[in-house]
Design a protein around this ligand. Structure first.
Ligand SMILES: [Zn+2]
Length: 468
């Protein structure tokens, strides 16, 4: 029998499939053809059926479905180390908003690409990105080009904001809502949705948009069947402002205007009560849990266990580097578990398997891609990563899922494949000059911080002169 041709064969691996039965294969193999998983079974069977030029022997490795980061602001890579230890309002006004205003198009590309490199090293294969610098169209193009060049699967969103100066939104980030809708129409014409890349609608927060702008966004979403994502109830401000503007809390208000819907991805949900959860359940709203960011900004602890018990579809996000400093999904998974245990003062309130579900198969449901990604199964896209059992950080392994969630670090991830393409092998990114990109990132970030530095609160203790 002549073997069938595959593009890549992975053999002799322990494979955590994340399928419905959560099967883990020992000495498993995967044949990848044209970006999809053509076969997944014991190594002996794959080698009898397939041949490939690229055969990866992963004898001492564990393979997982690619992690899905369902909330990030890639360009915020530039702010790592600038916004430490500030109250949230200062953080917005003196770090993230000025950065967004002063950033230049060519810098947007470098920062976003550096953010994607970090994702690849952490086993991430899908990123939902939210930009908020829309004043020049090429900003979008450079952001999306970086995501495409990285090889990751991406969802690009950019914030619509026509309101909020009285609540601290910088005027430079505000335009009439009709202008944003025009930008979106152009983006959708230029980037029709594919499995690899799609453009979604985004709103920064409910208090950064007028009622008319919100209505227009909903109308555009309905007409184009485009998902929407928004930060909701990151802290107590949303309800406070909603009470001022509308006389009711934020989530009940959003119901009255038809904003709650199955294709809404709600980010943060820290200040979420039982009534909010019931509304989310009623409308099948999807959830993004960003534990490191919630801790970094002192926002609080979202009631994830309650939302999970209500049947909501949950994914994990790192949020941007501005409120995380290390948008590392492995770290975020561990913190995601620990934070809920602390909140409940009960270590049994959540387990490693649920956390891995939130980073893979449930995350895929949270971004409407469960037919394509989120588990390793025949017919699905070949998005995966492998950790090598070669360091004291992870050895010994008794339970691969617990080891990934609680023990693993970026240094253990040696292989990342997205859409059937090897992005990183033996810990080395294959298709990008990482050293050059990181050098450019450092130089650009320093110059950008200088341009933002007119605000006295942006201060640095060290300037990397040797990089020039
Ligand atoms: Zn965010």
């Amino acid at each position: 029998m002549i073997p069938e041709k595959a593009d890549i064969i992975i053999k002799h691996a322990t494979i955590v499939t994340q399928n419905d039965r959560r099967e883990i294969l020992d000495d498993g193999a995967i044949a990848i053809c044209e970006g999809r998983i053509a076969a997944l079974c014991p190594t002996k069977e794959i080698l009898a059926r397939y041949s490939a030029e690229e055969v990866l022997d992963l004898s001492d490795h564990i393979v997982f479905p690619g992690l899905i980061n369902n909330h990030n602001h890639l360009f915020q890579v530039s702010t790592k180390g600038l916004g430490e230890d500030m109250p949230v309002q200062d953080w917005v006004e003196v770090v993230t908003a000025p950065t967004a205003i002063h950033i230049r198009p060519e810098e947007m590309y470098i920062f976003c690409l550096a953010g994607c490199l970090e994702a690849i090293h952490c086993g991430v294969t899908t990123v939902v990105d939210m930009s908020y610098r829309a004043q020049r169209y090429e900003m979008h193009e450079n952001n999306i080009r970086a995501m495409l060049d990285s090889g990751l699967r991406g969802r690009y969103t950019t914030i619509i904001s026509d309101f909020g100066v009285e609540y601290g939104v910088l005027p430079a980030l505000i335009s009439p809502y009709s202008w944003f809708i025009e930008q979106y129409a152009r983006l959708h014409a230029q980037y029709p949705a594919t499995d690899r890349m799609a453009v979604w609608l985004a709103i920064g927060a409910p208090w950064t948009i007028t009622d008319e702008g919100l209505a227009a966004t909903i109308e555009y979403a309905n007409a184009t069947r485009t998902p929407i994502t928004m930060h909701i109830n990151e802290n107590g401000v949303d309800n406070q402002i909603s009470q001022e503007r509308h006389g009711i809390n934020m989530v009940p208000y959003l119901e009255t205007v038809g904003f709650l819907r199955p294709d809404l991805l709600a980010i943060h949900n820290v200040v979420t009560d039982q009534a909010d959860i019931e509304l989310y359940r009623k409308y099948d709203v999807k959830i993004s849990y960003n534990p490191v960011s919630n801790m970094y900004l002192g926002s609080g602890i979202p009631p994830m266990v309650e939302m999970y018990q209500a049947g909501l579809k949950i994914g994990i996000g790192t949020d941007g580097a501005g409120s995380n400093n290390a948008p590392d999904m492995l770290e975020s998974m561990k913190v995601a578990a620990l934070l809920q245990k602390v909140a409940a003062r009960d270590a049994s309130v959540i387990d490693a398997q649920t956390i891995l579900d939130w980073a893979t198969r449930d995350a895929a449901r949270s971004i409407w891609l469960e037919e394509e990604i989120g588990s390793l199964e025949v017919g699905k896209r070949a998005d995966l990563f492998a950790v090598r059992l070669n360091s004291s950080k992870i050895v010994p392994v008794h339970d691969p899922v617990a080891s990934l969630v609680y023990s693993c670090g970026e240094q253990n991830v040696v292989l990342t494949i997205a859409d059937g393409r090897i992005l990183m092998k033996d810990g080395v990114v294959q298709h990008l000059d990482e050293e050059t990109i990181l050098r450019q990132c450092q130089i650009s970030a320093t110059l950008l911080a200088d341009r933002c530095g007119s605000n006295a609160k942006v201060t640095r203790r060290w300037r990397p002169g040797r990089m020039y």
